[in-house]
Design a binder for this molecule. Structure first.
Ligand code: ARG
Length: 544
């Protein structure tokens, strides 16, 4: 499609003697044409009548072998109709090519996402993060980037002293063995419920002990860290998510201490009367990087981490983190610049909140909604709606449903989760996409024949083919804008188009040419939707 746009743009530049860019070529409503070009701007630059200019251009362009017809519409729109067979074959070739027509990208990209904290179960906030981050890593890989996905766990800092001190007070080895996450988290909740000043003070002492490498503190911390990773690994496995590496704040903690000193020497940081260290900005509120008691902060470790990633040779450093941390990342990136870490492009991929219907779920402890509860619920609801009650399938449909619901809304927007629409088999939902894909596969299964673009292309086939041709540009847009919604929404309209095709164009039992031609269109639809679903981390199914 891009090649055709390019040819059209070049031809237009020549005939109109004006600058026409590929992006000036538009996609009109299908009944108006295959491509369109508004000649108004070029005409006003040349100070001629746009309609007349368009008419001249139309004549010249009809000479091109693959243009069937050019209409001039409105004040000076050129609408091109291509030779259908020519265009259909072009589309087939693009989709069948290895990268399905996407322009390959280069560069080493770090995609950091999820990054949950130590000793706490992941909650609903991690749901959107995990789904978004995973889809972004998949899209970036498909675009050809050399991607490393990283889970940077929150395993350092004062909070952790609390859980460890609570474990000293009330912990039980036995309980921990039975269900480590439940035990760690309940200790944390208990400590915070009962925390008087004295307890908090003690907890802070334990944080210091971990930082100082005190034997007992450190070994409890290590045990908690391992248990957290083990617990989360199961959750990711259930979600079909993989990381290339696990790191954590503890990995850069030591370097963060040194960086504070360097920052003071370089006068990037300032010391306050109470001994704390802070950084000031021109356009942002200042922030503390080291407390008066000597402990470092979240942001200091992030600065050290930027240095680390830059040394590792990454070209892009992407953070998938909720919009609550917008300010943190602005301050972080500005500070990194002050240190001269500017080889790598840093970017905060911020996203909105996810809300559940009121009262649709209750959390057993603490007041968070755990990620696993949301997944259980999705499965349960999917099971109710799936006819054959195949548990394995219900899991995949439920998961597909919540993934789609998280990805189909542009990431900056908040999401209101409503189970009925999330799990609907019609309209804008994950199950609808999975179902359309399965429906197409089931046509192919009913015959031994293979598809081939024979005979005249029927209008219904042509519409679907043209929609399929948009795939590469949607993937590129999703990657560049770091927004999988571009793909999700595209797949939704594509599936609608497929369902009209399915309705208008019977495939099996037609004359040989028609059947083969339509089979080919269905095959291409399966290829695009299989790949598109994969890019969202949604597993395409064989039956449903
Ligand atoms: N652990 C943090 C949290 O749960 C998120 C970490 C985000 N990544 C980062 N490099 N700061 O809020």
């Amino acid at each position: 499609m891009k090649q055709i746009k390019k040819t059209l743009a070049e031809e237009l530049s020549e005939t109109l003697e004006a600058e026409v860019d590929v992006d000036d070529i538009e996609l009109p409503e299908p009944e108006h044409g295959d491509f369109a070009y508004p000649a108004m701007k070029a005409a006003s630059e040349k100070e001629v009548n746009p309609r007349q200019l368009a008419e001249e251009a139309a004549e010249a362009l009809e000479e091109l072998g693959f243009v069937r017809k050019v209409d001039v519409a409105g004040p000076g729109y050129l609408n091109f109709f291509l030779d259908k067979k020519y265009y259909a074959e072009e589309i087939e070739q693009i989709i069948e090519s290895e990268k399905m027509g996407v322009e390959e990208r280069e560069g080493k990209v770090l995609v950091e996402f999820s990054s949950p904290n130590l000793a706490k179960p992941m909650h609903i906030g991690h749901l959107r993060n995990n789904v978004l981050g995973d889809s972004i890593q998949r899209i970036m890989r498909f675009l050809g980037y050399d991607v490393t996905s990283e889970n940077y766990i929150g395993d350092w800092g004062t909070k952790h002293g609390q859980t460890i001190y609570a474990y000293k007070l009330w912990g039980s080895e036995e309980e921990f063995e039975k269900n480590p996450m439940e035990h760690m988290y309940s200790l944390y909740v208990k400590l915070n419920q009962e925390a008087d000043e004295e307890t908090q003070e003690k907890a802070r002492e334990w944080s210091k002990k971990i930082e100082e490498g005190h034997d007992e503190a450190f070994s409890i911390w290590e045990k908690f860290r391992e248990a957290t990773i083990e617990y989360n690994e199961k959750e990711y496995e259930r979600m079909g998510i993989k990381f290339d590496r696990w790191t954590g704040e503890s990995v850069v903690a030591e370097r963060a201490d040194e960086i504070i000193e360097e920052g003071l020497e370089k006068s990037i940081f300032k010391k306050d009367d109470d001994g704390s260290v802070y950084v000031e900005f021109d356009d942002l509120p200042s922030t503390v990087v080291k407390r008066s008691d000597g402990s470092t902060l979240y942001i200091s470790r992030d600065i050290a981490n930027i240095e680390k990633r830059e040394k590792e040779g990454f070209d892009q450093n992407l953070y998938i983190v909720a919009s609550e941390q917008d300010l943190h990342f602005q301050q972080l990136f500005e500070t990194a610049e002050m240190f001269g870490f500017n080889e790598m492009q840093n970017e905060h991929i911020s996203y909105g909140m996810l809300h559940l219907e009121e009262g649709s779920m209750s959390s057993s402890k603490g007041n968070i909604i755990e990620l696993s509860e949301v997944m259980d619920k999705a499965e349960e609801e999917a099971e109710k709606r799936i006819e054959d009650k195949d548990i394995d399938n219900a899991e995949k449909v439920g998961l597909g449903a919540i993934k789609y619901a998280n990805l189909s809304v542009s990431r900056q927007k908040d999401i209101e989760f409503d189970w009925d629409s999330v799990l609907s088999f019609e309209g804008d939902s994950g199950p609808y996409l999975q179902y359309s894909n399965v429906r197409a596969k089931s046509i192919l299964k009913q015959t031994e024949k293979e598809g081939e673009l024979l005979g005249e292309i029927h209008q219904g086939e042509y519409r679907l083919l043209k929609k399929l041709a948009e795939f590469p540009s949607k993937v590129e847009a999703a990657g560049d804008q770091r927004d999988p919604a571009k793909i999700a929404n595209y797949l939704s309209t594509l599936s609608e188009e497929f369902n009209s095709f399915y309705h208008d164009c019977p495939v099996l039992g037609e004359d040989e040419k028609t059947t083969k031609r339509r089979l080919r269109v269905v095959e291409l639809f399966v290829d695009v939707t299989d790949q598109g679903l994969n890019l969202m981390g949604i597993e395409p199914l064989d039956e449903m």
